[in-house]
Every structure is written in C-alpha cells, then in structure tokens.
Design a protein around this ligand. Structure first.
Ligand code: NDP
Length: 245
C-alpha cells in the first residue's frame, strides 16, 4: 500500500491466529489496511491475510518477535517509512506457560512477562511517537481476567496482564490531551488454541453466562475502541468475559 492511500492503517500483534485473527478480520472489514504480526506460524498468518482479501479487505503479514527489541525496531522502522500514519495499534500477542508458582521455571516466568510487557514497550513507544505527530490514534492492549483477579497456576501470566493494565493506564494519562487514546480489553475464557488444554467444562460453571466466548466477541469491542465512536474513552479496562467479574 502506498502512503497516498486513504485507508486507515492498523497493526495487530499476534494477528495470525485466535483473537488476533478475529481482530485483524474485523478491522479489515471496517476499512483498515491491517499489518498482521506473528512470530512463527507462517501458514496461519498467510491464511489470515487470505481471509481478509476474501472479504474484500487488504493488509500484509509481518513476522517478528514483539519481545525482541532489535527485531521489533527493524519492523517498525520499515512500517514508519512506508505509511504516513498509523491509526491503531492492537497489542494482542501473548503466550501462557502455566505452572504452580513454586514449580515455575525462571525461563517461563521471563518468556511470558517479556512477550506481554517488553512487547508493549517495543511496539507502543515508537507507534505513539508517530501518533503524537499525527495528533490522533488509538492503542488497545489485550489483557485478561487473570490480570484482574489472579488465577491459580498463572502467576506469570497474571503478573504480565496486570502490568499491561498498569502500563496502559499510565500511558493513557500521559498523552490523553494529545488526542491519542490507550485502552485495555480483558477477555475471560475465549475459544482459541491457547485454551485447548483447559478444563473447559469445569470452568463453564464459574462463568455466569455458562459458555466460553468467541474471538469475534472480543474483536468487536477492540474495533469499537479503535474507532471514533470511542472518542471519550481512554485509560479504561473493558471486560469481555460473560459476567465473570
Ligand atoms: P493464540 O495462542 O491462539 O495466538 C497467539 C498469537 O500471538 C499468535 O498469532 C502467535 O503467533 C502470536 N505471538 C505469540 N508470541 C508472539 C511474539 N513474541 N511475537 C509476535 N507474535 C507472537 O492466543 P489467543 O488468541 O488465545 O490470545 C490472544 C491474546 O488474548 C493473548 O494476549 C492472550 O493472553 C489473550 N487472552 C486470551 C484468552 C483466551 O481464553 N484465549 C483469555 C484472555 C486473554 P505464532 O502463531 O506465529 O506464534
């Protein structure tokens, strides 16, 4: 896409599968040119782009690890050169490596925190600089109900997601007067690869709506927060969890 294009541009990290794919499709459906970031699964990323094109949208795939400062910088330099504006950044990439805290290897603690929090830093800082020059833009980060109430076996994941909420609220207040909004969406249990080993039938009992959520149900909230319809919303955490808290 050339800089002259009128399309809005969105970056979706971890946009190749699960919730990120649904977000990429939803943003593309509403007219964004979507840059789909992913780390390893080339086929899933290509499939997502194909699905965007099949629904008449446009975008591209970009493989890099959001937690790797050098890789992220290289990718963002390229994006900044090619696009006059970045309208939306969705920090969705995330991993889980569950274990009871006393059994948790240091590497699993570090990897989960790095993907979420280093990822937020590596992506959001350069994009915000561009948004400041544009005097507009929206950043939405995907946390979790676990970051709000904690969850047995997820100390690393809960810490990362709670940190994401704190960072987002802080940044939101720092730049609120500049026309840029920063918000968080906190999903409950959503049907993706991430929960394939979770005891879903048991967990359903603690979800007031009695069912698991769909990626599209998260994506629609993200699309709303990216849009001008959410023009007076910043520094907020919106839960999409079937009534869990
Ligand atoms: P999936 O495991 O289905 O997909 C994860 C995505 O993130 C993939 O596209 C993956 O790419 C990408 N990714 C992972 N690590 C990196 C990295 N270091 N750099 C770039 N991309 C990366 O996860 P979900 O769709 O379920 O989750 C999406 C987000 O929503 C996560 O932040 C998760 O914590 C959060 N969430 C999910 C919930 C759920 O129940 N599913 C509940 C609450 C929050 P690749 O395949 O190439 O590795």
């Amino acid at each position: 896409m050339s800089e002259e294009s009128n399309s809005r541009v969105a970056i979706v990290t971890g946009g190749s599968r699960g919730i990120g794919r649904a977000i990429a499709l939803e943003l593309a459906r509403t007219g964004y040119y979507v840059i789909i970031n992913y780390r390893s699964n080339d086929q899933a990323a290509a499939d997502t782009l194909d699905q965007i094109k099949a629904q008449g949208g446009s975008g591209e795939i970009m493989k890099f690890d959001v937690a790797d400062s050098a890789e992220a910088e290289r990718a963002l330099d390229d994006i900044m050169k090619r696009f006059a504006a970045i309208d939306a950044l969705v920090n969705n990439a995330g991993i889980a490596a569950d274990n009871l805290f006393l059994m948790m290897p240091e590497a699993d603690w570090d990897a989960v925190i790095a993907t979420t929090l280093k990822g937020f830093y590596n992506m959001t800082k350069p994009v915000l600089k561009k948004m400041l020059r544009q005097k507009k833009g929206s950043v939405v980060s995907i946390a979790s109900v676990a970051g709000m109430i904690g969850n047995k076996g997820q100390a690393n994941y809960s810490a990362a997601k709670a940190g994401l909420i704190g960072a987002s609220r802080s940044v939101a207040s720092e730049i609120a007067k500049k026309g840029i909004r920063v918000n968080v969406v906190a999903p409950g249990l959503i049907e993706t690869d991430m929960i394939k080993d979770a005891p879903v039938e048991l967990i359903k009992n603690i979800i007031p709506m009695g069912r698991i959520g769909k990626p599209e149900e998260v994506a629609k909230v993200v699309r709303f927060l990216c849009s001008d319809d959410a023009s007076y919303i910043t520094g907020q955490v919106i839960s999409v969890n079937g009534g869990m808290i």
